[in-house]
Design a protein around this ligand. Structure first.
Ligand code: FCB
Length: 416
């Protein structure tokens, strides 16, 4: 599989709350409430990264032939009270980032991957009008303390997913369950991103990006006008409105459009998190879902969550679409939960092939990161949906290298 060149980033991805363990943030409190985590588990020690496991996992990643890793910083550790930063937490991140670098990995660091400090949750989470500015101050401090160990910055992970799960819905904290709150949470996160981007750029030269999750929505009956309209509507609400806003700074949902200060021109690169396809069929009883109902088969799903049907063609389509913004792109997450690890190797091959294809067409994709390096705490799903290239025994912290780790190593070897 040629066509990638020497500079292409082959990576894996993790996020702080999902692998570090021993957390004290809004999710810790959420997990303690009965019924919130569907399998009744808690993140607990997770994959032990706050202890000594991070370094070992990064060495495992490098041994696969990867040359990059995406991880996130835990805001609640670094700023345990507003304006009070913890030097020991910065020290620990310096050690982790340094170990990644020493193993030959370029480090892509997300400032915030869903979880909020308790003080931010008490203040209203993303509905607190002060939080975007607080986030920018945190961003600045991270750049000052950790900048020399970071190759690429991302501000936020998947603003729309968080808004849908925790503000429109009540599956994730803060569990609001109100569409107006979801719109406000998206606007606040875009504003926070823009302010943080300016703060990072004032301190470092490492490129700054934003990570969006863009599923592939298609009409269930390709020629049916109402299915097409419903699919377009769902895509616009979830993805299109955000992409357009990043492009010109105007957020068009809800109407009337409003300008997000500093958003236009705030990204040096864009990240795509991509899992699959949704086929949408017109349904007059679903006004809140743009009159669409998902009817696809073959989804990777649980009773509560649906990552869509594996569809590499959809990822190619989203990359082409993002390419029109004219900034370099990165697939910042792609993967599947597959307990038997039988389908994942083929899934990875198909999606890497899609990246190769769009690069050949001239789309500027510079990296591909598999979600995830090691099994981890999958939010409200708990521990029942393993996404790792490495399996995890949570009792012993032992890892098992899965067939998909070998498959990814082989893809990298062919591509490099
Ligand atoms: C993405 C999240 C990531 C992980 C994967 C499976 O939406 O960014 O933390 O949960 O899904």
């Amino acid at each position: 599989m040629s066509g990638f060149g020497d500079e292409f980033l082959w990576g894996t991805a993790t996020s702080s709350h999902q692998v570090e363990g021993a957390q004290h943030n809004d999710w810790t409190d959420w997990e303690a409430q009965p019924g919130r985590i569907h399998d009744g588990t808690r993140s607990g020690d997770a994959a032990g990264w706050w202890g000594g496991e991070a370094e070992k996992d990064l060495a495992r990643a490098a041994a696969l032939g990867t040359n990059a890793h995406r991880m996130s910083l835990e805001w609640s550790r670094l700023e345990p009270a507003p304006g009070r930063f913890d030097p020991r937490a910065f020290e620990r991140y310096r050690a982790i980032l340094g170990a990644g670098r020493a193993a030959g990995l370029r480090m892509l660091v997300t400032l915030n991957h869903f979880t909020l400090p308790r003080w931010a949750a008490r203040g209203g989470s993303w509905l607190d009008r002060e939080l975007p500015e607080r986030f920018a101050l945190y961003a600045r401090r991270c750049a000052e303390e950790l900048g020399e160990h970071v190759d690429l910055w991302a501000t936020l992970n998947e603003p729309a997913v968080l808004a849908f799960m925790g503000y429109l819905g009540d599956d994730w904290p803060p569990g609001v369950g109100d569409p107006r709150a979801a719109f406000r949470a998206i606007a606040a996160q875009l504003e926070a991103h823009a302010r943080a981007s300016a703060a990072l750029r004032a301190v470092t030269v490492a490129p700054v990006g934003l990570v969006l999750n863009l599923p592939f929505f298609e009409p269930a009956r390709p020629r049916h006008p109402l299915d097409r309209l419903a699919a377009k509507g769902q895509d616009w609400a979830f993805s299109g409105a955000k992409l357009a806003a990043v492009e010109d700074g105007l957020l068009r949902l809800p109407l009337p459009p409003r300008r997000v200060p500093g958003l236009a021109g705030s990204v040096d690169w864009l990240g795509l998190n991509y899992y699959g396809r949704y086929a949408v069929r017109f349904d007059p009883r679903a006004p809140a879902q743009a009159f669409g109902r998902r009817v696809q088969e073959g989804s990777v799903k649980t009773e509560h969550n649906d990552w869509g049907e594996p569809c590499a063609r959809g990822m190619a389509a989203q990359l082409r679409r993002m390419g029109r913004l004219g900034v370099p792109l990165m697939v910042t997450e792609n993967g599947m939960y597959d307990p038997s690890d039988t389908r994942r190797p083929g899934f990875l091959r198909d999606h890497v092939e899609a990246v190769r294809q769009v690069r050949r067409e001239g789309v500027d994709v510079r990296g591909y990161f598999v979600w995830s390096l090691v099994d981890n705490f999958e939010w409200a799903e708990g521990w029942m949906t393993p996404f790792g290239l490495f399996g995890l025994d949570r009792e012993t912290q032992e890892r098992t290298r899965r067939a998909s780790a070998d498959a990814y190593a082989a893809l990298i070897a062919e591509g490099a």
